[in-house]
Design a protein around this ligand. Structure first.
Ligand code: SF4
Ligand code: FE
Length: 488
């Protein structure tokens, strides 16, 4: 059975020779680094749940290539049921980890490429789909984590790739060889980059002929020569390196993003999936983005955690019966379940593409992600409202453990007499983590900008709605006939 246990996954990462920098220093042992490790633990949950009988129906699938049972994160969706299960998987994992579990980007890249490679071949008589399926089988057989690398640094946003002052601000081909290509550039905000075995690179925008050197997609092992990772800072990240754990909030899991530099990286032809077919760059971006916007089902699961934490602090404080608190908790649930409706709806309205892959309804996927740019902020606002100001004025765990002042914290931060003060501290730190700390990167700012900023979804919404049909119905109902009328 081609599925790894969490331990096998962790051991497989140890074998990689990644070039990783954090706080200006090379990280020699990525797996055991205290700041990176919680993010690795979150990815490991994607392996753990796949072998858990309670979750395996959602977490696993049958490979359409080999017929074997595989982790759903390596699966190509073959039905609407697959798409719906993908949304449910995101919620379950979000609620189990309370953070970004990072593995969706690779799944979404694989699914988008399964369609785009097929469509390029149909037009250009190329063999990208055959190459891709061979690569996919390798990913499935080895149960790999793939980083889906799309976002270029982009430089001056008013200029296309070929007009940038520095040509490397979009990743591009710098050399064509008999055995492959050499690429240079970077990918920014790479979620889970150093927890990945493979990197799947895609272009980041639609392109014209002048940009054809930038219209390239390929996959390379994450420790390929010339690839370097610079880990992004997160608010409160150094708390993970402290001896006391309560101040971390989420003491088990976290996420990370990195700047990934490609300094003249060689890619053999068998791993190139798009090469200068610039007219397909936009399609690949759009399909990846729609799948990834569906993947923001993850935030529903993280929202579940925040709602649970908020109800708990209300109970610890003795405010849970106040009618306004009850109503605010209802509001949090209403917003969170509305998010869930979106990611289920875009899956349920999915359809089969010519390649045989099932694709989400792109309009509904974009609407879902647009909601995700808003509702978690309101859910977080209510959580902070109910939690109270202690959320940000609470002294450290070290003070709680101090022989000098610990007793004062115990005395004056006690609320309900039957609840240990330490538990109150733990739940407040978790709410802090989710709304202000390292997990807020995933729950708030990533909700805003991940899978494309809000404006990217609004552009898609305006393109995808059938406005003519809406107008036709409005006019029909009030008796307007367009004969002789000026077209709007
Ligand atoms: Fe997956 Fe959500 Fe993280 Fe994106 S933000 S990689 S969709 S868990
Ligand atoms: Fe993301």
């Amino acid at each position: 059975m081609p599925m790894k246990t969490p331990q096998e996954y962790i051991e497989s990462l140890r074998k990689l020779k990644l070039v990783v920098y954090l706080f200006g220093k090379r990280v020699e042992n990525v797996v055991d680094d205290p700041i990176i490790r919680p993010s690795l633990n979150a990815v490991a949950m994607t392996y753990a749940l796949a072998t858990n009988p309670k979750h395996e129906e959602i977490m696993t699938a049958t490979s359409h290539i080999t017929g074997k049972k595989i982790n759903r994160f390596t699966h190509i969706h073959r039905s609407v049921d697959d798409l719906v299960k993908k949304s449910k998987m995101g919620r379950v994992l979000g609620s189990m980890t309370g953070c970004c579990f990072q593995r969706c980007v690779g799944m979404d890249a694989l699914n988008a490429l399964s369609m785009t490679t097929y469509d390029i071949d149909a037009k250009h008589k190329t063999e990208y789909n055959k190459r891709f399926l061979k690569y996919l089988e390798y990913v499935q057989e080895n149960d790999l984590v793939c980083d889906g690398a799309m976002t270029d640094p982009k430089g001056d946003r008013s200029l296309p790739p070929h007009k940038q002052a520095d040509p490397d601000l979009f990743l591009h081909v710098v050399e064509e060889r008999k055995d492959g290509i050499v690429v240079r550039g970077a990918k920014a905000h790479q979620t889970g980059a150093v927890n990945s075995h493979e990197v799947i690179v895609m272009p980041t925008i639609s392109m014209r002929e002048e940009d054809k050197d930038y219209a390239v997609s390929f996959a390379v092992p994450s420790d390929t020569n010339g690839i370097m990772y610079i880990i992004g800072r997160q608010s409160c990240d150094t708390r993970k390196a402290e001896e006391c754990k309560i101040d971390q909030g989420n003491i088990l899991f976290g996420g990370h993003e990195a700047l990934m530099v490609f300094d003249n990286v060689f890619v053999p032809w068998e791993r190139v999936f798009m090469y200068k077919e610039y007219e397909f760059a936009g399609q690949l971006v759009e399909q990846f983005a729609s799948y990834h916007r569906q993947s923001y089902a993850c935030k529903v699961g993280v929202g579940d955690v925040l709602i649970g934490a908020t109800q708990t602090i209300a109970e610890y404080n003795g405010t849970e019966k106040a009618s306004h608190v009850k109503d605010k908790i209802i509001e949090m649930n209403h917003l969170n379940e509305t998010l869930y409706c979106g990611c289920i709806a875009c899956a349920a309205e999915g359809h089969r593409e010519p390649s045989g892959t099932y694709y989400v309804d792109p309009l509904l996927a974009n609407v879902h992600k647009q909601n995700v740019t808003r509702f978690p902020y309101e859910i977080a606002r209510i959580a902070q409202d109910i939690a109270g100001g202690l959320l940000v004025t609470l002294p450290s765990e070290a003070d709680l453990r101090s022989a000098d002042v610990g007793k004062w914290m115990e005395k004056y931060y006690a609320a309900r007499s039957d609840i240990p003060m330490e538990n109150r501290m733990r739940i407040l730190r978790l709410i802090e983590n989710l709304t202000l700390g390292t997990a807020a990167v995933g729950y708030l700012t990533e909700s805003m900008h991940g899978a494309g900023s809000p404006q990217a979804q609004r552009i898609m919404i305006s393109r995808l709605v059938d406005m003519k049909e809406k107008q036709k119905n409005a006019k029909r109902l009030c008796g307007i006939t367009d004969a002789g009328a000026r077209e709007g």
